[in-house]
Design a protein around this ligand. Structure first.
Ligand code: CTP
Length: 403
């Protein structure tokens, strides 16, 4: 469950060709459990109809004509007071100027003036209009007042030119919305470090020794912590996944690079979640050039890698305020016994025991079935869940341990 669940989002859509993305955004936010109210400006109605929005949300979309109806005097105040977040996307240069100067000449700008919730603006306009000092000054003024500006991106613009002014894509907009909603969450002011993916140990310039970790569980953990307002550092090996919006991403490849990054980032962290599948062995020597078939089958000598969590335990013993540390135990047999031993030997607060022999859990799967073992002796078996739900459950336990 994301932090959008049951949140009231007032979504303002203004007159830009990118207004069509507003319909997709309203639909996705609704599917994610948010209660969405849309306000279309008159210019937005030239690009998209209220019926489109009404159809994806299942209820009325507000337009300028509502401002002049019998309920108008309470409409904007009602929307403004109950909103958890006011999002204006796409937001034109004209609306940005109005907001910066406190103008209130339509239902959206009146609502914005009455609102006390956070304001997220996603600008969309021609590159020249975005660069113009007037727009830049207006945006700076809004930022100074606490508004959050998402984008714009660089790329193809409606004018046919290329430049900075393109509205962000919907998944990115959702990422920014989650980031802003999280800021007042349970983990606000806490730094959470998450490691993700499988390490890669070079054999030669083109080959690596790696494992089947997809990184999905680690990336989901990073997003869950952002949803609760944590400052998140995601230490990741190469994966095909997109990092959550708001995460500080540190890219590593090998176990020793991950060790260095984890020790550095966890030194001032409140919590560390080691979801990465770290190599236990690496080639003693990586060949400087590509190994050739004609040279015969190579004899590869392996050596052990450093155990990162053991190094963290040593660092924690020297810290005044040691971070809450969570490990994973990837086991194909004797799950609870092996996980319990790792909990002790790695001096963890919590270990997530993962049966990797099951088809619907562990490496690469969308779902996971885990048992949580706490240093207090408490044990919790969670049913088969999506990796997103498992991540939420783990981050919830981390938040409780920090409280
Ligand atoms: N881990 C680590 N450093 C390593 C290997 C693993 O910090 N060199 C961490 C993993 O990120 C995980 C936990 O230790 O959180 C357990 O990893 P796992 O692969 O299950 O266990 P190992 O320690 O490698 O032990 P074994 O191979 O005997 O199962």
């Amino acid at each position: 469950m994301s932090n959008l669940q049951d949140k009231h989002i007032v979504l303002g859509i203004t007159g830009s060709i990118a207004a069509f993305k507003g319909a997709d955004l309203a639909s996705k936010l609704t599917q994610l459990g948010a209660q969405v109210d849309v306000i279309l400006t008159s210019a937005a109605e030239k690009f998209i109809t209220p019926l489109t929005l009404q159809s994806v949300m299942g209820h009325h979309a507000y337009t300028e004509s509502d401002l002049w109806g019998g309920e108008a005097h309470v409409l904007h105040v009602g929307l403004a007071k109950s909103a958890d977040l006011l999002v204006i996307t796409p937001c034109t240069a004209n609306t940005i100027a109005k907001l910066a100067h406190g103008e209130a000449d339509n239902l959206l700008t009146i609502t914005a003036l009455a609102a006390r919730c956070p304001l997220l603006i996603a600008p969309a306009m021609d590159g020249g209009m975005f660069e113009h000092p007037a727009t830049q000054e207006n945006l700076a003024k809004l930022k100074e007042r606490g508004a959050y500006i998402a984008g714009p991106a660089e790329g193809h613009l409606a004018s046919g030119l290329s430049g900075v002014g393109r509205l962000l894509e919907v998944p990115d907009l959702i990422g920014h919305i989650r980031f802003v909603l999280g800021r007042r969450g349970r983990l606000a002011d806490k730094k959470v470090v998450v490691s993700a993916g499988g390490t890669q140990e070079p054999l030669d310039p083109v080959r690596v020794l790696t494992n089947k970790s997809s990184g999905k569980q680690g990336y989901a953990l990073a997003q869950s912590a952002i949803d609760l307002g944590a400052e998140v550092t995601l230490i990741t090996t190469p994966t095909s996944l997109t990092a959550p919006i708001g995460a500080n991403v540190v890219h590593v490849q090998t176990a020793s690079q991950m060790l260095e990054a984890v020790l550095k980032e966890s030194a001032d962290a409140d919590a560390l979640v080691m979801a990465a599948a770290v190599a236990d062995f690496r080639p003693k020597r990586a060949a400087g050039n590509k190994m050739k078939k004609r040279d015969g089958i190579p004899q590869i000598e392996l050596e052990t890698t450093e155990d990162i969590l053991e190094a963290v335990a040593a660092q924690r013993s020297r810290m005044k305020r040691p971070c809450v540390t969570v490990g994973f135990a990837a086991e194909s047999r004797d799950l609870i016994q092996n996980a319990g031993e790792k909990l002790k030997s790695k001096n963890l607060d919590l270990i997530v025991a993962n049966d990797i022999s099951a088809k619907d859990a562990g490496f690469g799967a969308e779902t996971n079935r885990v048992t949580l073992l706490f240093s207090s002796g408490k044990q919790e078996s969670l049913p088969l869940m999506s990796k997103v739900d498992v991540a939420d459950a783990i981050i919830e336990r981390v938040a409780a341990l920090l409280e």
